[in-house]
Design a protein around this ligand. Structure first.
Ligand code: ACO
Ligand code: OAA
Length: 371
């Protein structure tokens, strides 16, 4: 037996959803740069789930199904209202709410293709409602119902603030959703696939994936990037902060990647959005601090920024609470999780690797009063 720490370089499945080859990311064969510039998030959902871009009719049908299924059970709202809200991690609240959704879906365990497609729609439609309802409830406000005529990106921002967002915010948020939608066999997607490969249901797969995304080495990094930027606070403080962090062998959040070594192709789009949005808000210091950090970490450690680095100043500029950054990642990535769950069901085999045993051997049981 050979072991590979963290399964680095191990090819664990075939997939036709997204690919990373020579640091180029594609969804179903479409380059992420092309999709980021041109596609709506709804088109990307359709593309990931169906393997092709939608026609106008297909897109309208998807949009209408998403809007019809956006409401969440009142019991989930009541559950959120019952939390002692300051101490609740939003990712834990979202994970719990998604798991609870299964209790209100009579077809949760129906494994037919039709039932699974409807679950996919429900999960994709309800995640934004869950995240925004949680945010409003903890601020002492009532949740806002989605508007049918708004796009997915616009609706999220509308449900969060209660006000229709400006075009620049919708465009930036849509792009961020497109860029985060799928990423080959990342940790949360792998988690979802392992879970459903036991033939467990889609709610279980997505709940498990949310748990994996929450960690700071994965989706949880974006919130921590903003925490770090807030702590640094000025461009002048960047260098001393990094010197100290390097000396203490601390990991710099938002840098490094298991697969990309030359750079994450999503980062440049987020960097540009960060430049534009911070100049609109008059807080370009976040962008300036970020680019200064990028220069130092890249040249001194050879670690380029990943998708989480510039998304932090983008979401901050959109006025979003920092601890909602990772839940927003889930709002987008659920589209990829679902595509992978459907692909796993379509050609399933239990995922069960081996472990190389390194513990004690030949032990003899000793009765408790003799230990
Ligand atoms: C959406 C996403 O999930 S993108 C990733 C988000 N996560 C982060 O931004 C957290 C910070 N980054 C990291 O922790 C890592 O780069 C990961 C987890 C993304 C990838 O990790 P791995 O491929 O397992 O690399 P690993 O953690 O083993 O690091 C290899 C070496 O580079 C160093 N390194 C890697 N990333 C960083 C970093 N961000 N800051 C400082 N050093 C780093 C490690 O300390 C290690 O050094 P060593 O060999 O001297 O011990
Ligand atoms: O692929 C990974 O390991 C992490 C990542 O960038 C993502 O999930 O978007």
């Amino acid at each position: 037996m050979t072991t590979t720490r963290g399964l680095e370089g191990v090819v664990a499945t075939t997939s036709s959803i997204s690919s990373i080859v020579d640091d180029v990311l594609t969804y179903r064969g479409y380059n992420i740069d092309d999709l980021a510039e041109n596609a709506s998030f709804e088109e990307v959902i359709y593309l990931l789930w169906n393997g092709k871009l939608p026609t106008k009719e297909e897109l309208n049908e998807l949009k209408s199904s998403l809007s019809k299924n956006a409401q969440i059970p009142k019991e989930i709202i009541d559950q959120m209202k019952s939390y002692s809200i300051e101490s609740v991690n939003p990712m834990a609240a979202v994970r719990t709410a998604v798991s609870t959704l299964a209790l209100y879906d009579e077809a949760a365990d129906d494994m037919s293709d039709e039932a699974n497609y409807l679950k996919a729609i429900k999960l994709q439609a309800k995640l934004p409602t869950i995240v925004t309802a949680f945010s409003r409830i903890r601020d002492g406000k009532e949740p806002v119902a989605p508007k049918e005529e708004l796009s997915f990106a616009a609706n999220f921002l509308y449900m969060l603030t209660g006000e229709e967002p400006e075009d620049i915010a919708i465009e930036a948020f849509n792009k961020a959703l497109v860029l985060h939608a799928d990423h080959e066999l990342n940790a949360s997607t792998f988690t979802a696939r392992v879970c459903v490969a036991t033939l467990s249901d889609m709610y279980s797969g997505v709940t498990a994936a949310i748990g994996a995304l929450k960690g700071p080495l994965h989706g949880g990094a974006n919130e921590r990037v903003m925490r770090m930027l807030s702590e640094i606070d000025t461009v002048e403080n960047v260098e001393p902060y990094l010197e100290r962090a390097f000396a203490n062998k601390e990991k710099i959040m938002g840098f490094g990647h298991r697969v990309y070594k030359q750079g994450d192709p999503r980062a440049k789009h987020l960097r540009e959005m960060s430049r534009q949005l911070t100049s609109v808000t008059g807080e370009s210091k976040w962008y300036e601090m970020s680019t200064k950090m990028e220069g130092i970490v890249t040249s001194e450690k050879g670690l380029p920024p990943n998708v989480d680095f510039y998304s932090a100043s983008v979401y901050h500029s959109l006025g979003i609470d920092h601890d909602l950054f990772t839940p927003i990642f889930a709002v987008s990535r659920v589209s990829g999780w679902i595509a992978h769950i459907l692909e796993q069901y379509s050609n399933n085999r239990l995922i069960r690797p081996r472990a190389e045993y390194t513990g004690d051997t030949h032990q003899t049981y000793v009765p408790i009063d003799q230990r």
